[in-house]
Design a protein around this ligand. Sequence first.
Ligand code: PGA
Length: 252
Amino acid sequence: MRTKLIAGNWKMHGSLAGNLALLQSVAAGAATLPTLSFTVLIPFPYLPQAQALLANSACSWGAQDVSEAASGAYTGEVSAAMLREFGCQYVIVGHSERRQRHGESDARVAAKALAAIEGGLTPIVCVGETLAEREAGQTLAVVGRQLDAVIQGLGVQRLPHAVLAYEPIWAIGTGRSASAQQAQEVHAALRQRVSQSDLVVAAGIQILYGGSVKPSNALELMGLPDIDGALVGGASLNADDFLDIGRAAARA
Ligand code: PGA
């Protein structure tokens, strides 16, 4: 039985004052849901605040990107070792907003996932198709290509140290989530693809769904056989909504 992970992707939101109540509420709520794992993926400057507030709580914390390099002349980048110093457990890699806005290739995403694992972090590796790709019937080919790069870059033996997230780009921030059938189909296909390399790894790997997850659709999505949690954007900025998604996942 795979533990469900409820991960909040704050994106570029937050403030020192505003985070205080949000983090405290999430930590308190997470403590009431011991069958789940909770994490918040927050902007870099707030990592010390999260470390101070969430240490020894039921909610871990992490970042939204990591450099594939360990150190050096990489202006603006942050290494896995730096994130570990602030107690990060998880880091998102390959979010579509970074693939699209920063031109991150499949190979670069895989390199970041490898750097994260070697630095002691668990990468949450995002894959997902555009609306045009879905309408052209290319969804499974696109996410398969993105996943293959990760399997190749990490080697299947390191894959248990990663989490996958299926995030259809057309569902992110749009209020329109994938239907249960669409999500389950892709999640099953991703697991099947991993099983071509290793059956045991495929059975154990967590595959999160992301894209307009909210309290009203969480129960249905989290009840699907190949969905092992949620990567939640907008709804993670409201403690009640984020925790309600967790409550739905615990019931599902
Ligand atoms: P959303 O974002 O929940 O606001 O759609 C999800 C994500 O981008 O991770």
